[in-house]
Design a protein around this ligand. Structure first.
Ligand code: AKG
Ligand code: FE2
Length: 352
C-alpha cells in the first residue's frame, strides 16, 4: 500500500517509471499466477477467428442498409465486437487524434502532473490506473480522461496539445454514434431513433490510453478483462496490437485494421436489448514492443441517469420474458465504481 501511494503521489505514471530506466516492474503491478496463466501466448487463444469488419459505405441506400443491419445484428449478438470501415470519418482526423494523445503522454512529467487527479470533477483527468486503490494489482498503462458531453470540459482545462483534436473528434464521434445506434436499433427491430430518444448517446466520455513498453510483460497486463459499463463504445487503436476479445472460453486478437474503428456493445445495451446483443469481455496484453501502444475510446452513456432503464417493452413477450429488472443508471454506476474493473457484474440486475 505504501508503494502504491508513493507511486500515485509521484504523479509520474507508468511512463515515468519506464523513463526512469527500471528493468523490473514494482511488485504491485505483478498479477496473480491464475490471471497470468490465462495471458500466456497460445493459451486459449483462437488465431483462426477474426471479429467481423463491416463496410458502412452505402448505408444511406435502402438495399445496402438492410445488408449492413444484418451484419451488425449478427456481430452484436455473437462477438459483441466489430470493426467498421468507410464510415465517413476522414483518415486525417483519426491520425491526428491518436498522434495528439501520444503527444500528451510524451509531455514532461511537470506538465502532465497538473492534470493528475482522481475523479472527473473538472472534466479532465490524467491518471495511472483508475482503480489503483481497489484492484488486486495495477496494470501497465496511463490514461487521459476527457468529458465530451452533454457538456464538454472547459476548453482551457483540456491539455493544449490535444485540445483542437478532441473538439474535432467529438464532432465526428457524435455523428457516428447516431448512425451506429440507428443501425443497432434496426437490428433489434425497433424504431431507428429509440436509443437516441432514451438519451443513450448523450453522455460521452473519452479516454486516451498509453501503454508504454513493459520490461516484464509476462508478469502484468495492459488492461484487465472487463466489459464496458456503457451503452456502446467506439474505440480506435494504433498499429501495435494487444487488444483481445473473449469468445466462448477463448480469446481472439483484435488485429489493427488501418483506418478502422472498433465498436463494442456495453452492459447497458445488453440489458436494454434483453440480451439479443452481448457485451463482450475484452482485455489488453502488457505491451512488449518498443513502440508505445496508444488507443482512444469514447463511451456513450445515458443522459438521464435517474430515469428507469431495463429491457425494451418491444423486446419482451411471453416467449421471451424480461431477463433484467429496471434500474437507474446512477445505481448501476455506483455499484460499478465500488468494485474492481475486471469481470462482468450484470448478475445484480438479473430478474430472478
Ligand atoms: O486500449 C484498448 O484497446 C481497450 C480500451 C478499453 O477497453 C477501455 O478503455 O474500456
Ligand atoms: Fe473496454
Amino acid at each position: 500500500m505504501k508503494e502504491v501511494k508513493q507511486f500515485d503521489e509521484s504523479k509520474i505514471g507508468v511512463k515515468g517509471l519506464v523513463d526512469s530506466g527500471i528493468t523490473t516492474i514494482p511488485r504491485f503491478f505483478v498479477h496473480p499466477p491464475h490471471v497470468l496463466s490465462q495471458f500466456k501466448p497460445g493459451s486459449k487463444t483462437r488465431p483462426d477467428l477474426v471479429i467481423p469488419t463491416i463496410d458502412l459505405s452505402g448505408v444511406d441506400s435502402h438495399h445496402n442498409r438492410s445488408l449492413i443491419v444484418d451484419q451488425i445484428r449478427q456481430a452484436c449478438s455473437s462477438f459483441g465486437f466489430f470493426q467498421i470501415i468507410n464510415r465517413g470519418v476522414p483518415m486525417g482526423v483519426l491520425d491526428r487524434t491518436i498522434e495528439s494523445i501520444k503527444g500528451f503522454h510524451e509531455e514532461p512529467t511537470e506538465i502532465k502532473a497538473r492534470f493528475y487527479t482522481r475523479g472527473l470533477g473538472t472534466g479532465v483527468s490524467y491518471i495511472s490506473n483508475v482503480d489503483l486503490y481497489n484492484s488486486k494489482a495495477a496494470s501497465w498503462r496511463d490514461t487521459l480522461w476527457v468529458k465530451l458531453g452533454p457538456k464538454m470540459a472547459d476548453h482551457d482545462q483540456i491539455p493544449e496539445i490535444c485540445r483542437n483534436e478532441m473538439i474535432e473528434w467529438d464532432r465526428e464521434i457524435k455523428r457516428l454514434g447516431e448512425v451506429l445506434s440507428g443501425l443497432m436499433c434496426e437490428g433489434l427491430g425497433v424504431e431507428t431513433w429509440r436509443l437516441k430518444e432514451m438519451t443513450c448517446l448523450e453522455e460521452r466520455t473519452m479516454v486516451g490510453h498509453h501503454y508504454p513498453k513493459c520490461p516484464q510483460p509476462d508478469l502484468t497486463v495492459g488492461l484487465v478483462y472487463h466489459t464496458d459499463p456503457d451503452v456502446l463504445t467506439v474505440l480506435q487503436q494504433d498499429n501495435v496490437g494487444g487488444l483481445q476479445v473473449k469468445y466462448g472460453e477463448d480469446w481472439v486478437d483484435v488485429k489493427p485494421v488501418p483506418g478502422a474503428l472498433i465498436i463494442n456493445v456495453g452492459d447497458l445495451l445488453q440489458i436494454i436489448s434483453n440480451e439479443v446483443y452481448k457485451s463482450a469481455e475484452h482485455r489488453v496484453l502488457a505491451n512488449p514492443s518498443h513502440e508505445p501502444r496508444v488507443s482512444i475510446a469514447v463511451f456513450f452513456n445515458t443522459g438521464n441517469r435517474d430515469d428507469l432503464y431495463g429491457p425494451l417493452p418491444e423486446l419482451i413477450s411471453s416467449e421471451k420474458p424480461a431477463l433484467y429488472r429496471q434500474f437507474t443508471v446512477t445505481d448501476f454506476m455506483t455499484r460499478f465504481s465500488k468494485r474492481e474493473v475486471d469481470g462482468k457484474s450484470l448478475s445484480n440486475y438479473y430478474k430472478l
